[in-house]
Write a protein that binds this ligand. Structure first.
Ligand SMILES: *Cc1c(COP(=O)(O)O)cnc(C)c1O
Length: 385
């Protein structure tokens, strides 16, 4: 006899639970912070804007040495702004690629006419520091190295501290895409030598989407005048105008900034990076243990798994169809994410956003029900793992 249908799982505002890499489930209070209109010259908004930027710099351990320059748009806008503001037109960037976001950096350089070289590894393999050192030694034209902290394509944690020390020893400059790491994994500019580091409002800070930002070494930013190849993504110009006028050059994403201010307060109340990182790590543990108990296999060994998003192999059972699995989970209130790996057929389940143990346990329970309903019993990898 079928059991009585339960209402689907829901967030504080009655929405499905987003187990995705962003946009994410946010708190009701973060969304509620947006229920006003402000003019861009409003004093209260100008103070809030300055506070948000200062607090981001402080979160990165950059007070006194670094400053944060915001840019309208999604995270990619910030990455593009970072690459094209800091890599001079005659510069060359070595891009470490083990997923879609590394490849996107290369595409940005293609558009912008910046020379680059690639150090590419498989999506389940971090870059090798000896190869990195050797490539830098062999090519003195390389001015910058671009690395992704957590490559969200697979969820792999790249060895960012090790990469930074090789880059520093070789006298080059490091640009970091920390989009899915910032706010949950440690970033301390006093230890991690970076010229610039990009992230956005809507990932581990748990704000709403619409704003990227780049934490910039002050001296390097001052020296970057004239590098940019687009007006709207010129971080030097954005910073210089903001210094003069306290305002954004073009329409600011005001609601996003006010929501981010609230989100950063909630981040601090949770214990900052350590507190947020611990909650995500606990979410990730529940997910991995629960899915493995059902027979699913994760792509990455635990030592390479960042507590952000987990890639699972597609089950080998012929009765498993991803679209059906996705829809049935969605009906139960959980939204998962397709894979975009080249190495294996996969899907992803995120651990970030305003989610706790009860959501992760609920998601695993929903997966158990759904595979039973589909008659799927063999959840091991379709391809040899
Ligand atoms: C989310 C993300 C980005 C930016 O993606 P947008 O869709 O432009 O917000 C860039 N790099 C990484 C590693 C990401 O996870």
């Amino acid at each position: 006899m079928p059991s009585a249908p339960r209402p689907p799982a829901a967030s504080e505002t009655g929405d499905p639970i987003l187990l995705t890499p962003g946009p994410l489930t946010t708190s009701r209070s973060v969304k509620a912070a947006m229920l006003h209109d402000w003019g861009s010259r409003d004093d209260e908004f100008i103070r809030t804007n300055a506070a948000v930027l200062d607090r981001i710099t402080a979160l990165a351990g950059g007070v006194g040495t670094h400053l944060t320059v915001p840019v309208q748009g999604s995270g990619t806008f910030a990455v593009e702004a970072m690459l094209t503001t800091f890599v001079p037109r005659q510069g060359k960037v070595l891009i470490l690629v083990n997923g879609a976001y590394g490849k996107r950096a290369a595409k940005i350089c293609d558009y912008a006419g910046r020379a680059y070289a690639l150090l590419e590894t498989a999506e389940d393999t971090p870059p090798d520091s000896r190869r990195l050192a050797a490539m830098l030694e062999a090519d003195p034209a390389i001015t910058h190295v671009f690395a992704v902290y957590c490559e969200t394509t697979s969820g792999i944690l790249n060895p960012i501290a090790e990469i930074a020390s090789v880059v520093e020893r070789q006298g080059r400059r490091l640009l970091v895409d920390a989009m899915s790491a910032f706010g949950a994994l440690p970033v301390d500019a006093r230890e991690l030598r970076f010229e610039a580091l990009a992230a956005s409002s809507n990932k581990c800070l748990e704000g709403v989407p619409g704003m990227g930002f780049v934490i910039c070494d002050k001296a390097a930013l001052a020296a970057a005048k004239g590098n940019a190849t687009t007006l709207s993504l010129d971080l030097h110009d954005q910073w210089a105008a903001m210094e003069r006028t306290k305002q954004w050059r073009f329409t600011p994403p005001i609601h996003v900034i006010v929501a981010l201010h609230r989100a950063i307060e909630e981040h601090a109340a949770e214990g900052g990076v350590a507190g947020r990182g611990a909650r995500y790590a606990a979410n990730c543990r529940i997910l991995l243990d629960g899915m493995r108990a059902l027979g699913f296999q994760s792509l990455l060994p635990d030592r390479l798994q960042a507590p952000i998003i987990v890639t699972f192999h597609m089950p080998r059972d012929p009765r498993f169809a991803f679209e059906v699995f996705y829809d049935k989970l969605r009906q139960r209130g959980y939204v998962i994410y397709p894979g975009k790996l080249t190495v294996a057929d996969s899907f992803r389940i995120g651990c970030i956003g305003r989610l706790g143990a009860e959501h992760m346990q609920g998601a695993v329970a929903a997966v158990r029900e759904v595979i039973a309903e589909m008659g799927v019993s063999e959840c091991g990898a379709r391809h040899a793992a």
